[in-house]
Design a protein around this ligand. Structure first.
Ligand code: GAR
Length: 202
């Protein structure tokens, strides 16, 4: 696995961290394309600015997922670019059968909480309101169950008494930028095996 694609819906700071790691040689992968469901995503501009292919693909009429005919177009585009590994980086849609079947075991996601705690959306606020003393981020394989696939890496940050959802999100994001390229490197190198739910480095 060497060719990766990044799917992003918005700001693209994780994409930026991935690109930086490729450019400085710490992530040994080729970024075949960046795909967004949002024409105005900053992620697309970041990709273009660094000379990578940036594509907007019509997401269709649904807000939180892609109807099969639209998702099939995502699959076709990824296959045309010989993508081995799909990296979701703030791609705000639930992945369904066409993509899951075509890229089974070859889709990663980054989530801004320590799964299995706080799956879903607005999770930095939820972690703060719950009163946990530590939170963090998780890179995991994407399966049919949302935010529940085998975990590749996690990073932990403290939750401080004077945190707001924004300050906690910023502390977690910093760890996301460090952790996601590392996790991608593990998977593209092929130096791992999966036992049950456990991703074990070899
Ligand atoms: C990141 O915090 C990422 O973990 C989160 O969206 C943000 C995207 O930021 N993803 C999810 O919540 C997925 N459910 P970015 O566009 O700057 O990388």
């Amino acid at each position: 696995m060497k060719n990766i694609a990044v799917l992003a819906s918005g700001r693209g700071s994780n994409l930026e961290a991935i690109i930086e790691s490729i450019e400085n040689g710490t992530l040994q992968a080729d970024l075949a394309c960046v795909i967004s469901d949002n024409q105005d995503a900053r992620a697309l501009q970041i990709a273009r600015d660094h000379g990578f292919k940036a594509l907007w693909l019509d997401p269709g009429p649904k807000k939180t997922w892609l109807l099969p005919e639209f998702e099939e177009n995502y699959v076709k585009t990824l296959q045309e670019h010989n993508v081995d590994l799909v990296c979701l980086a703030g791609f705000m849609r639930i992945i369904k059968t066409p993509l899951l079947e075509a890229f089974m075991g070859r889709i990663l996601n980054i989530h801004p909480a320590l799964l299995p705690s706080f799956p879903g959306l607005d999770v930095q606020r939820k972690a703060l309101e719950y009163g946990v003393k530590f939170s963090g981020c998780t890179v995991h394989f994407v399966t049919g169950d949302v935010d529940a696939g085998p975990i590749v890496t996690q990073a932990v940050v403290p939750v401080l008494d004077d945190d707001t959802p924004e300050t906690l999100a910023a502390r977690i994001l910093k760890e996301e930028h460090r952790t996601y390229p590392e996790a991608i490197n593990i998977i593209v190198s092929g130096d791992y095996r999966i036992e049950g739910r456990r991703v074990i480095r070899t």
